[in-house]
Write a protein that binds this ligand. Structure first.
Ligand code: SAH
Length: 222
């Protein structure tokens, strides 16, 4: 092992290159870029895919799900406007990578996943990195009233409509980032709760996610 490879980890250069790429694609929030430069994405993909961890692409994980494309993670996190101490609910833990980014930015993270195995894997990975997030198993389309209201809610699966329980679990000024559309393609929405009964919706562009399955989402196909 060379002195250089001992000082810098095996993936550090690839990670820095990804950050430069995200910057060139218009990600400007320095806290998002810093968190993504800190969290080792190779720990959140399957072992045999580690050498692809810093490609700007979604990759398959267990249970026929995916870890989101880094650009999408950056875009959604930037749209959320994360700050230290912010309480954030994530729907769709998946690999745990998005939760890790939020936790690395100092947010208090509660993340819900419908597949128990993915949730358990994510919990282990986050703990190994010393990042704290509450990993829950269940149907996230109904949110989690136990810790509501939230300053931010991020849905990392595609919904047929904005799930109403999630919009209602936002604090005033809170933001919900959610992909809405059909099974093929979705539009990323930012829903901001401006008053008790008022929400403002912004269109952040096209995205593609695996389906959000649950009572306020798509039906499971078995
Ligand atoms: N945020 C993840 C991306 C995961 S892909 C990451 O960083 O890796 C979307 C995930 O949403 C899948 O794991 C899927 O099982 C989960 N999911 C789909 N519907 C759900 C629901 N109703 N509640 C919780 N999780 C759900």
């Amino acid at each position: 092992m060379s002195a250089r490879s001992r000082i810098i980890g095996p993936y550090d250069e690839q990670r820095h290159a990804l950050i430069a790429h995200l910057r060139s694609r218009g990600i400007t929030d320095p806290d998002v870029l810093q968190a993504m430069d800190l969290v080792p994405r190779e720990r959140f993909v399957q072992d045999f895919m580690r050498n692809r961890a810093y490609e700007d692409t979604a990759l398959p994980i267990d249970d026929r799900q995916t870890i989101s494309q880094p650009y999408t993670v950056a875009l959604m996190t930037q749209a959320l406007g994360v700050h230290d101490g912010m309480k954030i609910l994530e729907i769709g833990t998946g690999s745990g990578y998005q939760a890790a980014i939020l936790a690395a930015m100092g947010a208090k993270v509660i993340t819900i996943e419908r597949h128990p195995k993915l949730s358990a894997q994510a919990r282990e990975r986050l703990a190994a990195l010393g990042l704290s997030a509450e990993c829950r198993v269940g149907d996230g389309t109904i949110g989690y009233t136990g810790k509501a209201p939230y300053d931010g809610i991020i849905v990392t699966a595609g919904a047929p409509d904005v799930p109403e329980p999630l919009a209602r679990q936002l604090s005033i000024g809170g933001r919900l980032i959610v992909p809405v559309g059909d099974l093929e393609q979705q539009t990323l929405y930012r829903v901001t709760r401006t008053a008790d009964e008022a929400w403002n919706v912004e269109d952040l562009g096209p995205v593609k996610f695996v389906p959000l399955i649950g009572v306020e989402g798509w039906q499971a196909d078995g």
